[in-house]
Design a protein around this ligand. Structure first.
Ligand code: CA
Length: 232
């Protein structure tokens, strides 16, 4: 399940897309202009944005450029919608930072297939496929977590945190980024909340606790190659 923002000024189309995304199991919100789109992303970082090219007073291109220019939204997956089939425009859209492109009119099946492909590529933490790093495995469908085959019990927040870390192994995530991606709130929740849940996660993981590494001054990382200092 992904949190998806649909930016489209034609409300009937926006609602139809949102409805189809919800039917596919996602959480969809809509924005009808550039300002409300920027506001929505400021409030909660989506896993994907469906972005219409033509918007009142602005364009999807300008919004995409703006998001690409900021560290927090730099890698935001963007699926651009356009009524234009012109190849030059397509290049323009992809240059501005859209990850994929869909020309109107499109079928629901096509939209959902593109969304699925883009999420798989760019937001692996939203996948329902089992994921494993070393002896640590998590199955989103059954909500089961195992260490070397033995099941461990996690609270809901620890589960989502581990799911995100497992989907992006070996990468360092700042506390602020984790709040954004796991809690969906980087403004009102304090960063030390992350530390509290990392501690609980490590306690629950037992033998695999050291795989959740603290990277001093940077944040946390899930790693397979546990260093000697971390193991102690
Ligand atoms: Ca439009």
């Amino acid at each position: 399940m992904a949190h998806i923002l649909v930016v489209e000024d034609e409300s009937a189309i926006a609602e139809l897309i949102a409805l189809n995304l919800r039917h596919a199991g996602h959480e969809a919100v809509t924005a009808i202009d550039g300002e409300s789109a920027l506001e929505a992303v400021r409030e909660r970082l989506p896993d994907l944005v469906v972005l219409d090219w033509m918007l009142p007073g602005t364009t999807g291109i300008l919004l995409a450029r703006q998001w690409r220019a900021e560290a927090r939204t730099k890698t935001l997956p963007i699926l651009m919608l356009t009524a234009r089939a012109d190849e030059r425009d397509l290049v323009h859209g992809l240059d501005a930072g859209a990850d994929d492109y869909l020309t109107k009119p499109f079928s629901t099946a096509e939209l959902l297939a593109r969304v699925r492909a883009l999420l798989r590529r760019r937001s692996p933490q939203t996948s329902d496929q089992p994921v494993a790093v070393g002896e640590l495995a998590l199955d989103p469908a059954t909500m089961r977590v195992t260490v070397a085959g033995s099941e461990v019990k996690l609270g809901p927040t620890e589960f989502r945190l581990l799911r995100f870390l497992l989907a992006h192994p070996e990468r360092v995530h700042s506390r602020s980024h984790l709040l954004d991606r796991v809690w969906g709130d980087h403004v009102f929740i304090e960063e030390r909340t992350v530390d509290v849940h990392i501690k609980r996660l490590r306690e629950a993981l037992g033998a695999a606790a050291a795989m959740v590494e603290t990277v001093r001054g940077a944040g946390y990382r899930l790693t397979q190659s546990v260093s000697a200092t971390n193991r102690a």
